[in-house]
Write a protein that binds this ligand. Sequence first.
Ligand code: PMP
Length: 351
Amino acid sequence: MEADGATPSARKPLNELFCSLPTTIFEVMSKLGGAAGTKRAAAPPRPRPRAPPPMSSARPAAPDPAPPPHTRAQGIPVDWASETLVTVGATEGLAAAFLGLLNPGDEVVMFDPMYDSYVSMARRAGAVIVPVRLALPDLSVPLEELAAAVGPHTKMIMLNSPHNPSGKVFSLPELEAIAELCIRHDVIALCDEVYEHLVFGGAKHISLRSLPGMAERAVRLGSAGKTFSFTAWKVSGARGGLHLHPPLPSTLGPSLEVKRRYLEGELTALGFGVLPAHGAYFLITDISKFLLPGEDDVGFAKRLTVEGGVTTIPVSGFYVGAAPPTHLVRFCYCKEDPKLQAAVERLRTYL
Ligand code: PMP
């Protein structure tokens, strides 16, 4: 017998239980949608379920004191019951955010290059992507271009920091500029922070939600798969509010930094130009030196896979804007050391 008197066979299916949560991220989203001037009517607030009757009717139970706000998540107070949603990977959180917050015709500003899933999801919502290209080689945010990209039709700015594919960690001045634009233009920020704990070399991840005025207009996504290094296990959290922040495996960041330093050193010695990276587990490299006449990043990546036995990702595939750079490939270094060493050995032999 369960505490609420239900027998196991009478248990509600999981999705029904989720639907009966007092409030969900979708309500947070509809509030955000209203705040950001959406045409979609905000869903009426769902009534909070009453507390179960006391087991003994002798004395009415005192009302529960309000739980203290959770502040472990990037120092931001969080009401887990009303501001969070556990999702099937950050992927489901992204899809829910794009589909729930964007109406057809809404503009969403995205930094180019970007994690490629955003493009199809935003387009599925009928949104118009307005790309703002990060400046090479340091991938800094072109602040004037960003300001020019945000206008009356902008509904959302998509921010991914630490960044895939580059490993860039957005700086505080960049985040402040983004926050200022969100507030000035009444725009929602969707913050993909799946690599939030993978930052190195003194870099600090700052959640955009922690900046003044942003908690109520930003949705942030975390990923247990990334945080606990079991990527492909789809367990994550969206938060107009919190995601799960159990204790972290403390060796992950440092061990990744060792791998990054190793690969960066070896690639540089081989003649790759390595772009700066302070987070996630990617390195973008300039392959100009190795390109055959007429060859681009896609041709190089294919040739290196087939002939050299090492696979990289052509970075042009991460751009949505016209005429992407075609002299960059991305290496991923979240591999066991012997694998990394074997890859370097293959590169040394082939190039
Ligand atoms: N965002 C970024 C930037 C990613 O790189 C990935 C995975 N490659 C995801 C989201 C998806 O995360 P999850 O595996 O939790 O769905």
